[in-house]
Design a binder for this molecule. Structure first.
Ligand code: FAD
Length: 391
């Protein structure tokens, strides 16, 4: 692995920074709690600006409207977008997961219709995998799709569907063969969220914020041409798709940003009038965290590097996921200790240090080891595919 970015990659990073500073203003003046890439701030307008610059679909092949650049450029882009808290939620999932899957296994029609729409910032996808009885075990999905003429008729319920209230489309896992062995009867459909029969109900998370939903499908008609990757092939579509989700550098950057801001005040022993609790034990743990950020960063860089070499990461993506998400919890727990009792104050309080951003990120980090695959499931993947241990 090359441990240095090329001059062209560094120049690209600078170009991104100049644009983001001009668009979003000085980073120091803004809150650094969850948002942007993984926190689900949605701005179609901002996505369209990025699109006009050619920055959506950077790593996609040129024949599909991308820039044909490498995965390292995509990593640089993700680092900067996350660092600057850019509201990229609108196109992010589609560009990262749906686009590459459509390029790999989509029909010509799907490539023609959807890829330009993703690049142009015209579509926003939510992911409909989890159900009340199917989460880690995705092969357990019960939402049924029954062929009827040129359509499938879809009925069932999804849960924890992030961003379904903003999405134009859902990337939906459905059961198309109830008699086949569990993982052989699943398919993936692209569903227009405006289709009659779809009901989206908000679920409020422990920060009392509306990020995910329950989604009900009541005899929703979906054209058969919206089937992705072939009938009953959904398991393979989902498996490859999740690898794109897990490897992200975003968690490391988000936490490092918050860490650096608290650290700046810890050096002075005060934040927003409140004394900071920097004991010797905490000092050592802060130093340890600084090392852990580098480890998390390198694990994510490794995945990007593998992809840039045409290799397919899977247990490596799980390593980055498990380390990065558990790091989120370690860092935010430590920062709460540094802030002492003031750290628990919510953003509305005049005495909340850092506008309550540590408190919100601490709560938000609890879900990091669940979303996109739990730590236990990630460790199973590392054990079997990485270490060759028996199932
Ligand atoms: C913030 C957030 C956003 C989300 N967004 C989406 C979304 O947009 N779309 C979507 O479809 N889903 C989404 N999810 C759902 C998420 O993917 C599931 O919650 C996750 O896969 C776990 O599934 P589950 O909740 O059903 O738990 P279960 O699978 O029931 O797991 C319960 C516990 O059992 C453990 N466990 C399960 N299987 C094994 C095993 N084989 N070996 C060892 N331990 C095991 C788990 O680790 C966990 O501790 C989101 C979740 C969160 C928290």
């Amino acid at each position: 692995m090359e441990f240095r970015f090329t001059p062209a990659q560094e120049a690209f990073r600078q170009e991104l920074r100049d644009f983001l500073r001009a668009e979003l203003g000085d980073l120091e003046a803004r809150s650094v709690d969850r948002g942007g890439v993984t926190g689900g701030r949605y701005s179609q307008e901002f996505s369209k600006k990025l699109s006009r610059r050619g920055w959506v679909g950077l790593a996609w092949p040129k024949e599909f409207g991308g820039q044909g650049l490498g995965h390292i450029e995509r990593l640089v882009y993700n680092e900067e977008m996350t660092y600057w808290r850019a509201p990229t939620g609108w196109h992010f999932t589609a560009e990262r997961q749906m686009g590459p899957s459509i390029i790999m296994v989509g029909t010509e029609e799907q490539k023609r219709d959807l890829l330009p729409a993703i690049i142009g910032g015209d579509v926003c996808f939510c992911i409909g995998y989890s159900e009340p009885g199917a989460g880690s075990d995705l092969a357990g999905v019960q939402t049924r799709a029954v062929a009827d003429g040129d359509d499938f008729v879809v009925s069932g319920q999804k849960i924890w569907t992030s961003g379904a209230h903003n999405a134009t489309h859902c990337w939906l896992a459905v059961r198309t063969d109830p008699d086949a062995p569990k993982h052989k009867g699943v398919s993936v459909l692209i569903v227009d969220m405006k289709s009659p029969g779809i009901i989206v109900r908000p679920l409020y998370n422990l920060m009392n914020s509306h990020e995910f939903n329950e989604v009900f499908f009541d005899h929703v008609r979906v054209p058969q041409r919206n089937l992705v990757g072939g009938l009953n092939q959904g398991w393979y579509v989902v498996a490859s798709n999740l690898d794109f989700e897990r490897a992200g550098i975003e968690r490391v950057i988000e936490n490092e940003l918050l860490f650096n801001r608290v650290l700046k005040y810890a050096r002075r022993g005060k934040a927003d009038g409140a004394s900071l609790n920097v004991t010797d034990a905490i000092r050592h743990r802060l130093a340890e965290m600084a090392l852990e950020f580098q480890v998390g960063r390198l694990l994510s860089y490794r995945v990007a590097w593998m992809m840039s070499q045409g290799k397919v990461p899977n247990y490596e993506a799980s390593q980055a996921k498990v380390f990065g998400s558990e790091l989120s919890q370690r860092v935010t727990g430590l920062l709460m200790q540094v802030l002492g009792p003031y750290g628990q104050l919510e953003a509305q309080s005049a005495w909340a240090p850092f506008e309550g951003s540590v408190e919100r990120t601490f709560l938000s980090a609890l879900s990091d080891t669940i979303r996109g695959g739990t730590s236990e499931v990630m460790r199973n993947i590392i054990a079997t595919r990485g270490l060759g241990l028996p199932r």
